[in-house]
Design a protein around this ligand. Structure first.
Ligand code: FMN
Length: 212
């Protein structure tokens, strides 16, 4: 079933959905996603997050040119030489690579993007990221709960100046992610991750956590 309200089911099946139909997404659903986003924690509750909803095909196309250039120059070659991550078979990794390539070519065709930004004069820090990515994850979970596909993307940052200019961001506003959102072509499925035992320790670094 596309829609579900079980939180753990949602978390286990919120994976990058890169193949999206161009069909429009109702504003009422985008509003629900944004509302879920601003429920997230943020430093000091200062709420310096800003969200740009992009539907204009010309703007998306201008950004896609740089998104694809970054793939051709950096991301594509890296994928071809890197090993599959923990919990992912080589076959699944190759499928992911094909999906990444697909999104690269069709980035601008997603009917709606949410660009997650922070308004701050200073250069971005770890604390800045910590105040926007919880909102981003909330939005990914909300999209999944509504049966919409989305992907957390940051590749445009390889051409930050050019893409932020194409998005028309004023100075003092930094983008942290672009979420292309639409109805998925495929089905939601479980995420592939390695076992907890490999990454969780108790009291001392490297000592297995016995609670697993
Ligand atoms: C910081 C960050 C940046 C990412 N940037 C991109 C991106 O630019 N393009 C993309 O297709 N996926 C991007 N992803 C999605 C990851 O590739 C994806 O989460 C990971 O491969 C795990 O796959 P899954 O979420 O489908 O389980 C990004 C994820 C994170 C956390």
């Amino acid at each position: 079933m596309a829609d579900t309200s079980d939180l753990f089911e949602i978390m286990h099946t919120t994976r990058a959905m890169r193949r999206l139909k161009p069909d429009p997404v109702p504003d009422a659903l985008i509003r629900k996603i944004l509302q879920a986003g601003v429920c997230a924690p943020n430093g000091g509750n200062t709420q310096r997050w800003r969200f740009l909803v992009v539907k204009d095909p010309r703007i998306k196309q201008q950004v896609q040119v740089h998104y694809k250039r970054a793939f051709d120059e950096v991301i594509g070659p890296r994928y071809l030489t890197s090993a599959p991550p923990p919990g992912v078979t080589r076959e699944a990794y190759m499928r992911q690579h094909a999906a990444v390539q697909y999104l690269t070519d069709h980035f601008h065709e997603a009917p709606v993007w949410i660009v997650a930004c922070i308004e701050e004069a200073a250069a971005p820090t770890r604390w800045s990221g910590a105040s926007i990515y919880p909102a981003v994850q909330n939005m990914l979970l909300a999209a999944r709960a509504l049966g919409l596909g989305a992907t957390l993307t940051t590749r445009h940052l390889l051409y930050e100046k050019e893409t932020e200019a194409a998005l028309g961001l004023p100075s003092g506003v930094h983008s942290y992610a672009i979420l292309p959102i639409g109805y998925p072509m495929g089905k939601f499925g479980p995420v592939g991750r390695g076992p907890l035992a490999d990454i969780v320790y108790e009291d001392r670094w490297g000592h297995p956590y016995k609670g697993l």
